[in-house]
Design a protein around this ligand. Structure first.
Ligand code: LFR
Length: 481
């Protein structure tokens, strides 16, 4: 007889720009046991002048991962649910049957540059759109991407019937339901930041058909059972916050009094806070605050700092780049042994967005400023981590001013939280302690939302309370390294 279990198992599909993973979470006795059952690389595919994602390849990996997830359970146990989160802004245009009718561009494609230039040249429009959506003008916004698609191929407005953001699209493939989740839709610069519905005036401004979208779903909505996957036929699809950053923030065990700055550190550094209202004044526009919506009615005002993309892309140009964990530690230790950088990179330089050579882009900025070039990989690593630390601190100073709040600590999660140099540089530049947590933030936040929807956990504060007890963390005090 198979054993009857009191544990709840769920699967998180968590897709990032450079890798994807499927994880199984088992909730039992107020503890979350995590198992990574599948990890696979992801990359932008440059074809001619444009950049795309391999959506079919990702779907294949997701299915493989979910099969492995089902197989990893004790006999007789089932996966109660699955949730999908991905990076923000990218989407699939489909016809009424769900067939993709336009290739999915990657957000680093420079097709949006012309639209962005004309937008930022008109401060009145810029402010109007910011006040409506709470999202600053950034090259990657879905608004600019969709406007470019519609302007270049006007027939798409009749061929495509729906616009599904990536988590929406994978939810559709899993469940057969075409919906738009609120947290991922919030990254598009097309939602009304106050009502959480679509902003008609913004859709009109960018020429995007309103009929492509359904009213945004709140987080935790059930989408029915998984179809066409025998091993998961009893598994429910739950619309968790589709935006990976929202999930990562959900997992961060922030103090209830709002004194923590949250930093999800991966390809991007997302530096932000939790708030019951958006920050929308001119200072927020200038500081490029994105008022992310959680899908539960509150906000996460945050700023995108270029993040470890700067390091990852630079490393590609060195034969000696680290591949294994031990090589990483060696590189970070070599960089830590160097003196702190005297001059820092301006990490807001738009030349770092998608250069053909990141090392050259860095060198060009340094040469323009008549500064010495780093002499080897360790020196580039030191310069990049110190500069990112300052980039984080600048955002924290802006958020402090704009919100009028006092922050006492920075909680860092994601891959960058394991980088001691980056953690210390952030603490030093911000003058605040950094609590770095060993936490696969987005996958864990994804699971937290499933467990709440399944009623295995009451709410997010309760989940965070339990999670804190099992977290491995380390504190970096400012001025100690
Ligand atoms: C992080 C992230 C950021 C978003 C960027 C592009 O993975 O989701 O929040 O601004 O990717 O989508």
């Amino acid at each position: 007889m198979p054993r009857k279990s009191t544990s709840v198992h769920c699967a998180a599909v968590d897709l990032g720009a450079t890798s994807g993973r499927v994880m199984v979470g088992t909730w039992s006795h107020h503890r979350l046991e995590l198992k990574e059952v599948h990890r696979f690389p992801n990359a932008v595919r440059q074809v001619g002048d444009n950049a795309y994602w391999d959506i079919a390849g990702l779907w294949e990996q997701v299915q493989q991962g979910l099969d492995l997830a089902a197989k990893s359970l004790p006999e007789g146990d089932i996966l109660a649910s699955v949730g999908v989160d991905t990076w923000g802004v990218d989407y699939v245009l489909v016809d009424q049957t769900g067939r993709a009718v336009y290739p999915t561009h990657a957000y680093r494609d420079d097709r949006t540059q012309a639209g962005l230039s004309s937008l930022v040249a008109d401060p009145k429009i810029l402010r109007k759109i910011y006040r409506a959506t709470g999202i600053p003008a950034i090259f990657l916004n879905s608004s600019l991407q969709l406007a470019e698609t519609v302007a270049t191929h006007p027939a798409i407005t009749t061929i495509a019937k729906r616009c599904l953001f990536l988590p929406d699209y994978f939810n559709f493939l899993l469940s057969g339901k075409m919906t738009n989740g609120q947290s991922i839709a919030g990254t598009a610069q097309l939602l009304n930041v106050k009502t959480g519905g679509w902003s008609r005036s913004t859709l009109k401004h960018f020429g995007v058909p309103a009929g492509w979208f359904t009213p945004p779903l709140t987080s935790g909505t059930g989408l029915g059972r998984v179809r066409d996957m025998p091993a998961l036929k009893r598994t429910r699809v739950i619309a968790v916050p589709g935006h990976d950053t929202t999930c990562a923030y959900d997992a961060i065990p922030a103090a209830a009094d709002g004194t923590d700055i949250l930093l999800s550190s991966g390809t991007w550094s997302l530096v932000g806070m939790e708030n019951d209202r958006p920050l929308l004044n001119d200072g927020a526009i200038a500081a490029r605050v994105a008022n992310d919506q959680t899908g539960r009615g509150d906000y996460r005002p945050l700023v995108n700092v270029i993040g470890l993309w700067l390091l990852e892309e630079t490393l590609k140009e060195f034969k000696a780049r680290p591949q294994k964990a031990a090589e990483w530690t060696k590189l970070i230790n070599a960089a830590r042994a160097l003196p702190a950088s005297e001059h820092l990179l301006d990490v807001t330089d738009s030349a770092f967005g998608n250069p053909t050579s990141m090392r050259r882009a860095i060198d060009q900025q340094l040469k323009r400023r008549r500064l010495k070039l780093p002499r080897d990989l360790a020196a580039y690593t030191r310069l990049i981590c110190d500069s990112l630390g300052q980039g984080h601190a600048d955002v924290i100073a802006n958020l402090t001013k704009l919100s009028g709040r006092t922050f006492k600590r920075i909680i860092m999660v994601g891959g960058g939280a394991q980088n001691a140099l980056l953690c210390q540089a952030t603490a030093n530049a911000a003058g605040l302690p950094v609590l770095s947590c060993q936490l696969e933030g987005s996958a864990v936040g994804n699971m937290a939302n499933q467990l709440i929807a399944l009623k295995a956990v009451k709410d997010l504060p309760e989940f965070r309370r339990h999670l804190t007890k099992q977290l491995k963390s380390k504190t970096y005090q400012p001025g100690t390294g």
